[in-house]
Design a protein around this ligand. Sequence first.
Ligand code: URA
Length: 220
Amino acid sequence: MVATTISAGTSTDPGRDCPLCPRLVDYRTELRAREPDGFNAPVPSFGGPDAQLLIVGLAPGAQGANRTGRPFTGDYAGDLLYDTLLHFGFATGTFLARPDDGLTLTNSRITNAVRCVPPQNKPLPVEITTCRPFLIATMDEMPNLRAIVLLGRVAHDTMLKTLGIRAVTAPFGHGAVHDAGRFKLYDSYHCSRYNTNTGVLTPEMFRAVFARVKKDLARG
Ligand code: URA
């Protein structure tokens, strides 16, 4: 069953010192001491709430979003993601891997399943659950939302839970598209350096997902 109203009554972004996940608070504290000039806080979504497309990643990378404060900015995963968004007109400008590069998103928005950087890039199930209300609130404030690209299994699973969709009815697979009421869900392997270096995900495979999104949105 797909929830038609998703409302958490939560703000869209955790505060800078969000206390909800003790392990992530400890890691944040450690990183703040180690890299005092970094962002080192829950990373807010990038892009406006009017967008039709929402892209959901895993969590900020230690050397990327957690350092720069913008999702997928500063690590390899962002190079492929922003290059693809620019290619399909979902972004304009030039991606320079820094939050002041002037890049803007067009009809798209990027968020993460978990807003804080996790050790070893692996959030615990309880942390994914604890952060879900922020994802729900983010979607809730997007009246035009139609297409949701899910980067990796964690994003896929948390979205199914968010929408009340049974996992057996919507298995994860690269290129899979699932109907979810007023939304369509588009699965993709995560654009991590590991996946691209090992050939699990090629730039062509990644582009194919966004080509489908573009076509579906144009159809109305
Ligand atoms: N950076 C992010 O913001 N999210 C990811 O999933 C990976 C890198």
